[in-house]
Design a protein around this ligand. Structure first.
Ligand SMILES: NC(=O)c1ccc[n+]([C@@H]2O[C@H](COP(=O)([O-])OP(=O)(O)OC[C@H]3O[C@@H](n4cnc5c(N)ncnc54)[C@H](O)[C@@H]3O)[C@@H](O)[C@H]2O)c1
Length: 256
């Protein structure tokens, strides 16, 4: 029996980076998928790339509450339930000292990375709580935060603030819903080999990569699949007692 057979899974930011690989991994484990992203063309391409799976797509901006509401309604209309939600969509701002960060850029990062997760959780939890009241089954949420949600991140202060906020939402909601059949956890990757970190330059020997890995005990970036494995672990129904957990996947960075 595959780990997520027949479960309905919502993944945001599914057109690229972690999200695309998370979607593929859930599909391989038997899930039905509702995929969302701002980039509609890339979202459709990502969905087409996943074989033999029931998939719905809905493009939208996670920084708008209406998107969160529509996504939950769509999951329920299409699959009859929302078992698992992976709140993964996110952006980063340019590396700048806090004193140089443009206020509009800061607001954009907070709107997508923090408010986006708040809106998503608000509507996902309402649906999961209602299901628990009806059927005695809730659901599971995994938020993709960052090691910048656990420690200061020089030159990424607003991103770090947003991700600390996601950790706060995760822990608080986990405590609120622990007796309603709902688990809420966060995964906190350090730098991984995605467009967010490398841009279009995926060259393993790039100067950017050398600079980034200098502070990581394992002296390398995360592989996308290593982050995906942690997301599926957190979502796995076999992990029934794990809630409010904030799981670093960071080559030892948060250990020092
Ligand atoms: N890559 C890393 O090193 C790293 C490290 C720690 C945490 N993270 C977090 O992991 C998550 C995924 O990052 P990634 O590296 O895969 O990035 P990515 O840029 O490769 O992919 C992010 C996806 O989110 C989508 N997106 C952006 N803004 C959106 C919006 N407003 N509404 C809907 N979708 C939107 C993008 O179109 C893209 O497909 C993010 O939350 C990021 O903060 C990444």
């Amino acid at each position: 029996m595959r780990r997520f057979e027949g479960l309905s899974v919502l993944v945001s930011g599914a057109a690229g980076g972690f999200g695309r690989s998370i979607a593929r991994a859930f599909a391989a484990e038997g899930a039905k998928l509702l995929l969302t992203d701002l980039d509609e063309a890339a979202l459709e391409a990502a969905a087409k790339d996943i074989p033999d799976t029931e998939i719905a797509t809905l493009a939208g901006d996670v920084s708008r509450e209406a998107t969160a509401k529509t996504l939950v309604e769509t999951a329920i209309a299409r699959f009859g339930k929302l078992d698992i939600a992976i709140n993964n969509a996110g952006v980063v701002h340019a590396y700048e000292r806090l004193s140089a960060i443009d206020a509009a850029e800061a607001e954009r990062v907070i709107a997508i990375d923090l408010m986006g997760v708040f809106y998503a959780m608000k509507h996902q939890l309402a649906a999961m709580e209602a299901r628990f009241a009806r059927e005695g089954r809730g659901g599971t949420i995994v938020n993709v935060a960052s090691v910048a949600g656990l420690k200061g991140a020089p030159l990424l202060s607003v991103y770090a603030a947003a991700k600390h906020g996601v950790v706060g939402l995760t822990r608080s909601a986990a405590a609120e819903t622990a007796r309603r059949g709902i688990r809420v956890n966060a995964v906190c990757p350090s730098f991984a080999r995605t467009a967010m970190v490398l841009g279009d330059d995926a060259d393993a020997d790039s100067e950017d990569e050398k600079r980034i890995v200098r502070g990581i005990p394992m002296r390398r970036l995360a592989e996308v699949e290593e982050v995906v494995a942690a997301v599926l672990f957190a979502a796995d129904p076999a992990n029934g007692f794990m809630t409010g957990t904030v799981l670093p996947v960071d080559g030892g960075l948060s250990a020092i």
